[in-house]
Design a protein around this ligand. Sequence first.
Ligand code: IMP
Length: 198
Amino acid sequence: MKILFATANQHKVDEVQRLLGDAIEIITPAQTGYTDDIPETGNTLEENARQKARHIYERCAQPCFADDTGLEIDALGGAPGVYSARYAGDGKDSQANMRRVLKELHGVSHRAARFRCVIVLIAASREYVFEGRVDGEIITEERGTQGFGYDPIFRPEGYPCTFAEMPVEEKNRLSHRGKAVEQLVAFLQKAEILNPAP
Ligand code: IMP
C-alpha cells in the first residue's frame, strides 16, 4: 500500500514512516515530480492540513494526507499555535523561533504548553480528520540534538528530558504526531479506500 504525504519535511516523513511500518509506504510530492511550495494560509491547524492535502491531491490524484502542527503555550495565550513555523519570520528558522519563545518566557514560571497535530487524509475524494496532542512544558534553554523544530525546548509531561533528547521511537510513542498517526493507521488498516475490493 502506498500513500502520499503532502510535506517537504524529511524529519516528518522519517517519523511517520516508522509509525506506519512496512505495510504502508510513504511517497512524497517530490518523488512524483512536485517540488513547489505547498501553501498553508489557513487560520487553524485543520484548515492548513486540509489545504495542504487538497493541494497535493488535486495535482497528484492519489490517496494523500497532510499534517499541521502547532505549539500552544498557555502564558503566550496559545501562541505560536498555527503560526509556529513562522513565529520569528518568514524564514521558518527553528533556532530563531525557539529564541523568540525563550525570550518571551524569560522570568515566567508558568510554562505549560502542548503540541497539537491535525492530519487530514483524502482518498476517493473523501476527507478524514485525525488529531493528537501531548502536554508538557517549555524549559529555559535548548537541550538535545534529536528531532526538529521546537523539540529542544519541549519537555513532555512525566519525562525528565526534552523531545530532542529522546530517540525518535520514544518521541513517536508519546508525541502529538505519533498519536494522530496511530489513528490514521488504525483507519487505513480497516478501510478499503486504498485497497478497494475488486
Ligand atoms: P508544520 O506542521 O510543518 O506547519 O509545523 C509548524 C512548526 O512546528 C514548524 O516550525 C515545525 O518545525 C514545528 N513542529 C512541527 N512538528 C514538530 C515536532 O514534532 N516537534 C517540534 N516542532 C515541530
